[in-house]
Design a binder for this molecule. Structure first.
Ligand code: SF4
Length: 384
């Protein structure tokens, strides 16, 4: 894979208005030349100077669907690495998925890697007397009475090889918009005494299981750095990987209390990657798409505290001038990896594309893609 040299983009020096105007113009000219051959996808957490060029915006699930439906020759993914991998898996062999900056990863996704997850999987099978769904004739069917399995579920925020592991073992991908439905599906495939291994975000797993009516004793956390607590693991229906999002970990109950002390009628919505206590103290929790809908549907004059990445919050505030939309953490940084997608990189990527040069291409090897698509297709079938 060819990649754009870091030195070619003076990111820090490209923030003046003059630079912004010049970059905007360069991107527009290249886009025009590429026409229908190009589709730019922008995640909600991207900066405004990227979003203004996106053909479509959305959360990781919506963007995956848009990539799957697109016929464009070039799909430029302005988001983080695992999203572009999913786009490559879901698009045709003749379509080319690229990123303006391939170094834009996700710290949460990086908290679970294939060797650690495979080791956890094998230990759980051995110690908990569970079957591997891959050994069944049709792992897509509910478990037969009396049989118990370990069903893997990975959040969309994971590398392609983990999605492939999940697909191979009869499991499924989920997003923050469909986690409850997906976990319900997985529990049916696990059987009465089976378990779900959920990774990498413990908070989405825990908050969703609580929302489904499960309690603390039904969950145990797996941390590959610590010795397993086999007593807790034996009784748990959900084994939650210890991962977390560094952005959503910044929200706390005190921030909600402070907002309500100043504005008793304030509404609060947070992302389910936040801690359980934060979710429970809020009026609602949901994916970025749900947060957008919550703000859109709130009455005029509402004060809405939002617990998610700052670019989305600021954009919502600008989009609804009749409401006051504020981030719960006044000092919140943007997602540092999403922020690695800069217009300078996008401009250079598109200009080279115009010249017929493909750089920063994301290619998932076929064997991994074939297994990963099983897990993604199961998700798309569940939510269809
Ligand atoms: S906001 Fe959190 S989960 Fe999303 S890309 Fe950034 S680090 Fe990953």
């Amino acid at each position: 894979m060819l990649s754009l040299p870091l030195a070619s983009c003076t990111v820090e020096g490209a923030n003046s208005d003059a630079d912004s105007d010049e970059l905007r113009q360069r991107i527009r000219v290249a886009r025009e030349k590429l026409g229908d051959r190009l589709m730019i996808l922008g995640h909600h957490y991207q900066r405004d100077s990227i979003i203004e060029h996106a053909d479509e915006t959305g959360d990781s699930f919506l963007l995956a669907e848009m990539a799957a439906a697109s016929k464009a020759e070039h799909i430029v993914f302005c988001g983080v690495h695992f999203m572009a991998e999913s786009a490559d898996i879901l698009t045709g062999d003749e379509q080319i998925v690229t990123m303006p900056n391939v170094r834009a990863g996700c710290s949460m996704a990086d908290m679970a890697d294939l060797p650690d997850v495979a080791s956890c999987w094998n230990e759980l099978l051995d110690n908990c007397g569970l079957g591997d769904p891959a050994t069944r004739e049709d792992p897509d069917l509910p478990a037969p009475d009396g049989e118990s399995y370990l069903v893997p579920v990975t959040y969309m925020n994971s590398s392609a090889d983990l999605k492939a592991f999940v697909g191979h073992h009869g499991g499924v991908v989920c997003t923050s918009s469909n986690a409850a439905g997906v976990l319900g599906w997985a529990l049916e495939r696990a059987g009465k005494d089976g378990k779900v291994l959920f990774f990498p975000d413990q908070h989405l797993g825990r908050n969703t299981a609580l929302q489904m009516g499960y309690g603390d004793d039904d969950m145990a956390v797996w941390n590959p750095m610590l010795a397993p607590d086999w007593q807790a693991l034996a009784g748990a229906t959900f084994v939650l990987w210890h991962g977390y999002c560094s952005v959503h970990q910044r929200f706390n109950v005190e921030q909600i209390e402070e907002l309500r002390a100043m504005h008793p009628d304030a509404l609060v919505i947070v992302h389910p990657e936040c801690d359980r206590e934060v979710v429970e103290a809020s009026d609602a929790s949901g994916s970025t798409e749900m947060i957008r809908k919550f703000v859109a549907d709130a009455p005029t004059g509402s004060i809405i505290g939002v617990g998610t990445e700052i670019h989305l919050v600021k954009r919502l505030d600008a989009q609804y001038p009749d409401k006051y939309v504020v981030c719960l953490d006044a000092g919140l940084c943007p997602c540092s990896t999403m922020y690695m997608i800069h217009p300078a990189y996008l401009a250079e990527l598109l200009e080279r594309m115009v010249e017929g040069e493909v750089v920063n291409r994301i290619v998932v090897p076929k064997q991994i893609a074939d297994d990963a698509i099983l897990a993604l297709d199961r998700m798309l079938a569940i939510v269809a």
